[in-house]
Design a protein around this ligand. Structure first.
Ligand code: DC
Length: 224
């Protein structure tokens, strides 16, 4: 890995702004962006569609063995089908949270995520990027914000996509439930890596968070 090709990990709870920030940081640093939530969402969406329940067992194992999951030019393909536009809604939020707690689902996606770093550096966002997937990353960020701020951002995002049947209280409940499930699952729970830099974005703009991470990354690059 050259000093240019560093891996930057950004973990944190739902709605902390990880994907907007990670995408911009990647662009600024000339690295690719790995949206691991999209992989979990795509897999959960497909398994649910095929009637595979979110529990360990033969139906899940054999589906995971036969399914192909690929990231191609920012699109997520499952068995060659582009599901990118079908996985950003409250139903898939909750499906992804349930399926992603299963060890066999996490194991299936581990190599796919690591392979993305073979072609060069990247900025990866998720829940276990710094703790499990890229434990040697030279820069790990834990991005968070208060529950209320995260719910407000998520609500605005859903409204801007034309989703009218959502309220602040339902989004807040959903955020709390996903936090609980992501933090309390035994396999790869959401945790702050001990060597991560914590950024609370509650009163920061996306641009401010991006500036901070870019400057940390420039520092990490010159130390490599
Ligand atoms: O980041 P997101 O909201 O798109 O993630 C969707 C779900 O996938 C979330 O509930 C947790 C799970 N996830 C995970 O467990 N590990 C990751 N690296 C990324 C997402």
């Amino acid at each position: 890995m050259t000093s240019k090709n560093i891996v930057v990990t950004i973990d944190g709870p739902a709605g902390a702004g990880k994907s907007s920030v990670a995408r911009d940081v990647a662009r600024r640093l000339g690295l690719s962006y790995l949206d691991t939530g999209a992989l979990y969402r795509a897999l959960a969406y497909t398994l649910d569609k095929r009637g595979i329940p979110p529990e360990e067992g033969e139906p899940l194992s054999s589906s995971l063995r036969s399914l192909s999951v690929a990231l191609v030019s920012g699109k997520v393909l499952v068995d060659g089908v582009d599901v990118t536009d079908l996985i950003r809604n409250p139903l898939v939020d909750s499906l992804a949270s349930r399926y992603s707690a299963l060890p066999s689902v996490r194991a299936r996606l581990l190599d796919i995520q690591r392979e993305q770093a073979l072609g060069g550096g990247l900025v990866a966002d998720g829940r276990d990027m710094g703790t499990v997937v890229f434990p040697l990353a030279p820069l790990k960020v834990f991005l968070t914000a208060s529950e209320e701020i995260r719910a407000e951002r998520r609500l605005n995002e859903l409204l801007s996509k034309g989703q009218a049947d959502v309220s602040f209280s339902s989004v807040l409940e959903d955020i709390k439930a996903r936090d609980r499930s992501d933090r309390e699952r035994p396999c790869s729970p959401l945790r702050e890596a001990p060597d991560s830099v914590k950024i609370d974005s509650s009163s920061m703009t996306v641009v401010q968070v991006v500036e901070r991470i870019v400057s940390l990354a420039e520092g990490a690059r010159s130390d490599e």
